[in-house]
Design a binder for this molecule. Sequence first.
Ligand SMILES: C[C@@](CO)(OP(=O)(O)O)[C@H](O)COP(=O)(O)OP(=O)(O)OC[C@H]1O[C@@H](n2ccc(N)nc2=O)[C@H](O)[C@@H]1O
Ligand SMILES: Nc1ncnc2c1ncn2[C@@H]1O[C@H](COP(=O)(O)OP(=O)(O)O)[C@@H](O)[C@H]1O
Length: 310
Amino acid sequence: MQADTAIAASAVELAAAKINLGLAVTGRRADGYHTLDSIAVFTELGDRVVARAADRDSLVVDGPFAAALTGGDAGSNLMIRARDLLRAHLGASKAGAMKDAPPVALSLTKRLPVAAGIGGGSADAAATLRALCRLWQVRPPAPDLHKMACALGADVSVCLAGQPARMSGIGTELSPLNPWPALPIVLVNPLLPVSTSSVFERLVRRDAGPLPPLPVQRDVASIAAWLNSSRNDLEPTATQLVPEIAAGLAGLRRNAALATAMSGSGATVFGLFADAAAARDAATEMRRERPDWFVAATCSHAAMPKLDLC
Ligand SMILES: C[C@@](CO)(OP(=O)(O)O)[C@H](O)COP(=O)(O)OP(=O)(O)OC[C@H]1O[C@@H](n2ccc(N)nc2=O)[C@H](O)[C@@H]1O
Ligand SMILES: Nc1ncnc2c1ncn2[C@@H]1O[C@H](COP(=O)(O)OP(=O)(O)O)[C@@H](O)[C@H]1O
């Protein structure tokens, strides 16, 4: 680990929404966690996390979905757990330790619906780790960061990487997908929260095969064709809990999506579109059809030329 003496004044990070393009549940471990085969990408849309040097620790939450986080109460926020874990790690580490990581004012602009299958809390925790490493000017070794991410949740390590990746194990083993194109996407959520654990608990089949092989050629059309042959093994169970998931998928297909699927444990569904204009048009129409839903046209990130997943 390296720690500089200078402390930055603030650090801003995007906590990008995660989309599971496909998700296979391949088994269940003795501890109850499920093994997965999943393809994850990240969008330009996300929560905003800011870390500022301050006299005392704090967390302020604002934005359209702030109230969904236990009425805006910051106490149980995953960002606090991420801050405390990093601070404890810095205090305990031998080389170049930062014994007392300084107080920090964290702020979260919650733009993503909560308990929505797009990794909002995991993305916020990962963004907090990234922001605090910049604010405190420390660079924990990648394996240590990976361990901290895994301790925060199964999805936090892929959110920390923030790159198109294949997830295996319980979702914490990552292989970069490179090359991978940017994808025009519309996200739709009926604003009904879904608890991840309740979907996993209710699964009937826990030993499905892996996802179909990815196309060799990676463009929007071939990924759409792959999506149409792929699946999310959590979808049938999530749809029993929230039948609106089926209506969201049908609405996207009616509005010219090349392919549709549910992300994570739901209830967010997404459509893949031929281009950004088609995605914007579909979002406009779906907002008109369902003004009470969350509907967002966005784009997923292409793979970076040189990937560094921890
Ligand atoms: C389903 C996925 C797919 O990416 O996404 P979301 O729907 O949460 O976005 C993730 O595996 C969610 O990861 P995350 O939300 O971090 O899960 P955790 O907090 O670690 O676990 C929540 C609960 O989900 C169940 N769980 C989670 C991951 C996994 N591989 N197997 C499981 O059985 C466990 O019951 C656990 O108690
Ligand atoms: N910063 C956060 N954003 C969202 N949810 C959070 C956060 N911190 C803690 N949580 C808790 O995590 C749970 C899962 O939320 P979220 O991560 O948005 O959903 P999902 O796991 O389906 O992607 C919520 O019920 C919420 O109470």
